[in-house]
Design a protein around this ligand. Sequence first.
Ligand code: AMP
Ligand code: ZN
Length: 135
Amino acid sequence: MRCFPTSRESSASSYHRRMGSNDRCLFCRIANGEITARKVYEDDDVFAFEDINPQAPTHVLIIPRKHISSLDDLGDGDAAVIGTTLARAADIARNLHLNGDGYRLVVNTGEAAGQTVFHVHFHILGGRNFGWPPG
Ligand code: AMP
Ligand code: ZN
């Protein structure tokens, strides 16, 4: 007999325990479907969705399912998680045909760099030209 969780909350917290995620984190909650987002891609390791406040014609965020607050908080073993997330970002950019003209990946790290959500994420930005140095 299958045993179903009796409430949404217990389902969510068992997901969070299993995935190494954080039930108070906005992006963990998007990845497990507790908060709706416009999904672009998902697999066992990553979740990608459209940014709610796009800064380019294409603006996708990709996150590892594992909760890591920022690049400054990588732990032992997280290099593989970040490597997978980066490789999936490149796959998504290619699938969205951003690779022809070029695209930009951004990882804001810490408050001075403009990080506002403390679950590590890559911004995939495309569909326009980007200046350098960045603002
Ligand atoms: P950062 O400032 O680098 O931490 O990036 C956080 C990004 O998350 C910003 O570009 C926000 O527009 C985006 N964002 C915040 N809340 C949501 C949401 N509920 N769904 C999609 N994107 C979001
Ligand atoms: Zn998180």
